[in-house]
Design a protein around this ligand. Sequence first.
Ligand SMILES: Cc1cc2nc3c(=O)[nH]c(=O)nc-3n(C[C@H](O)[C@H](O)[C@H](O)COP(=O)(O)O)c2cc1C
Length: 187
Amino acid sequence: MKALLIAGSRNPEGQTARAAEAILQGVMKAGGEVERVWLPTLHLEHCHQCNPQGWGGCRQMGRCGGCDDDFAELVDRVQAADAVIFATPVYWGDLSESMRAFTDRLRRISTHEDGKKKLQDKIAVGVCVAGGGGGGSPTCCVSLDKVLRTCGFDVVDLLPVRRQNLPAKLAQLALVGEWLATLPRSS
Ligand SMILES: Cc1cc2nc3c(=O)[nH]c(=O)nc-3n(C[C@H](O)[C@H](O)[C@H](O)COP(=O)(O)O)c2cc1C
């Protein structure tokens, strides 16, 4: 079983990283393999809304034709994974900009059969870490759930975390990782 972490934080040693790493440790404990992607380190543009109607290659071909960047390669990595863990810091009660940009483009390619088949029923877990005052992780989870379901993911868990409860939640996050590794693989 291969789990792919897609993290929307710039800090590989920050709070989002700690929460995500706990899940990955659980996956590995249960015998799974893990891969990590830090979105802000990639070249990922926001959607260019290519034509006057606001569409483009996403709708016509199920892939992005408007940006020459790392998006297509990352979609291939998502397709190759058995489960994808989306971990984002909470910004204004919502997704980080890098997570928003990536998931906005993912939902677009899911409007065409060729893009949809790469994401449909793929197991996903979301983790939203409010590392400042601690507010906004539940609303961030709602936002993440909405966009992932629009993409076609099978969202099997969503975990709101705040700075104040992060230490207490690490054990729960690790258990979720262990459980994830026992699920039937996405086709
Ligand atoms: C633009 C911005 C908005 C933020 N909004 C919130 C917020 O709504 N609630 C909160 O608790 N923390 C907020 N924070 C703090 C981040 O959640 C915190 O920096 C983040 O969890 C740190 O995680 P990281 O080290 O994994 O990047 C915000 C931070 C930034 C930069």
